[in-house]
Design a protein around this ligand. Structure first.
Ligand code: TYD
Length: 217
């Protein structure tokens, strides 16, 4: 990746539905802004007009008969637009980009969860991310029953229709990624109070964001 792009820091947050990553992402953004950084908080799929429209199709429970191949390409399409339109320019400006999910979700959900060919998904991920690799990826880990209960408390989206066995495969996919790429992908125990989980997460980011070491929120 172009050296100018690397002026910023690209953090992605991952885990099963209901793992608590969105709350911790907000806490991180708040702390970094208070310390003077520009932060761009995003969700994938989403974050641009085109990507939000694709997101609506992807999560619609009425699209229950969507083919896994269609699903894969829609996630990649939404991500390519987000990457080109928002993430790359933000990194070039020197911002910290905090993205709720990115291509590791596609590996965990579409390859390990749905059973699509792993090499094909990895290649599709390269295209959807325009070759961009997160500087650090935090995977929030919880037992499947606990995260699934949290995720479905207020309704169910299309991805949650497959229930706990699917989520268990997704969890396994994430844990595999953390052993394949231990420098980038760090597993954080998602149990406990949100301040405790947040403290664990920030411990995994100190090398990239030394300003986090300067006092707690
Ligand atoms: P969302 O409501 O954002 O879930 P969460 O709050 O748990 O992040 O819905 C996104 C859903 O899409 C979630 O079930 C994960 C799934 N997903 C994939 O299957 N593949 C992907 O590449 C991405 C980015 C998300």
């Amino acid at each position: 990746m172009d050296a100018r792009v690397r002026q910023g820091v690209f953090i992605t947050l991952e885990g099963m539905d209901g793992c608590g990553k969105s709350t911790k992402g907000r806490m991180l953004a708040e702390e970094l802004v208070s310390k003077g950084r520009e932060v761009v908080s995003l969700r994938d799929p989403g974050g641009t007009g085109i990507s939000e429209r694709i997101r609506t199709i992807l999560l619609d429970p009425e699209a229950a008969d969507m083919a896994p191949e269609c699903e894969l390409m829609l996630f990649e399409a939404a991500r390519a637009q987000l990457t080109c339109e928002v993430i790359l320019p933000a990194l070039e400006r020197g911002a910290v980009v905090v993205c709720d999910r990115y291509y590791d979700s596609t590996f965990a959900y579409q390859a390990v969860g749905r059973g699509l060919d792993e090499d094909l998904v990895r290649r599709a991920n390269k295209m959807g991310s325009c070759g961009l690799v997160p500087d650090r990826t935090i995977v929030f880990d919880l037992e499947v029953d606990e995260s699934f209960e949290r995720a479905t408390r207020h309704g169910i989206d299309r991805m949650e229709l497959d229930g706990e066995p699917f989520q268990a495969r997704v969890r396994h996919g994430y844990l595999r990624l953390s052993t394949e790429e231990p420098d980038r992908v760090r597993v954080v125990d998602g149990h406990g109070e949100k301040v405790e989980v947040y403290a664990r997460m920030r411990g995994e980011l100190l090398d990239l964001l030394p300003e986090l070491a300067e006092g707690a929120l």
